[in-house]
Design a protein around this ligand. Sequence first.
Ligand code: ATP
Ligand code: MG
Length: 426
Amino acid sequence: MGAIQALRGTRDILPEEIATWQKVETLAREILGRAAYREIRTPIFELTALFERGIGEATDVVGKEMYSFLDRGERSLTLRPEGTAGVVRAYIENKLQAAGGVQRLWYTGPMFRYERPQAGRQRQFHQIGVEVLGTADPRADVEAIAIASDLLKTLGLQNLHLDLNSVGNTEDRQRYRDALVEYLTPYKDELDQDSQERLTRNPLRILDSKHQRTQEIAQEAPKIWQHLCPESQRHFDRVQALLSELGIPYQLNHRLVRGLDYYTHTAFEIISDDLGAQATVCGGGRYDNLVAQLGGQDTPAVGWAIGLERLIILLQQLHESPKSSLDFYVVSRGDAAEANALLLAQKLRHAGFSVELDFSGSAFGKQFKRADRSGAAACLILGSEEAANRTVQIKWLASQEQIQLSQAELLQKTDELRQQLENFKQ
Ligand code: ATP
Ligand code: MG
């Protein structure tokens, strides 16, 4: 019988890669923590209606990409395709607005979309995202963008650019939608199939079609900027002025509309030049209507999400995999020595050292080879003689220098040991 394999579009993240993932997560925690964002964890599945109402039924995500199913109680549930709808539901349900002021929240975890898997596009993927709820101030948009940009830069990523647009408020968009449909209708037959369908359902999305002829037509389309009311224009201008103030370069892109219906005013993407087709690392924007749309009080908000798989691909291209941090690899042979080694390893761990024990029972030569490969700073050697005398040989793997000392001494000289380990790890 053949072995069962992981589903298409899902991936195991193996121990070799974990250090890279943890580096991203740790740095995100630090950077977001310093900006007073607090972590929130919401369920991975929710009522399907949450996403239909929140993201919008005419979007690709809701129309084609959701993993929805009936549970045993005949409720329609969906594995979350994104994080914002769940966070907003939690914000409303738990009355987080009652605390007053602005709520700065962040989350991380798996998301699920039924898409065609390819490099940087999976069916289960991971995001880190932020949501700032309770302020319409353009400074919140710019602070959020600055934090995303800091995170990516601190990770050492280069060749990134920020695309910026305003999609205005609901009325601006309605006016623009009419103008756009009027412009596009004569070209209807030249548009790709998807775009033809969007012409009535979701015409703004035609602007970000990947189809070449559609793009050419879209390039000449009227721009939303001509339809912004003075207030929307002021918001857009202020965002741009503040980005300049912070020295964050950006380029305006009138075709950036983003896939989800809830955006208002600011829409942005951070795009990598090193990723091929799936190039957007971070996408976000303002969504002033979503909280009310999901049954809460009118609450302006702004947020973004970073796709972690794409980030990891970029980090791997930099060949930066954090090193092993193992302190000791313990080799032993013979019943007494093996029992003694097990005990010594435990005591060293209690003293705060990281210790790997060789279980093979094979000849010392083979165990030494594994010690070399383990990346440990030092090898601890216990034979029957050491076990009988309660001594141990310590061999520093970088210099091959080896000394014998009593086990009691080893456990007493922890400060000195720690210093030596530090020196060897550099
Ligand atoms: P795309 O245009 O690439 O499909 P999107 O607009 O659907 O992206 P968002 O919903 O804004 O993406 O999600 C934010 C980020 O999450 C994206 O910029 C991307 O980095 C990541 N992302 C989205 N879908 C996937 C996926 N299927 N696999 C891996 N990462 C994804
Ligand atoms: Mg998508």
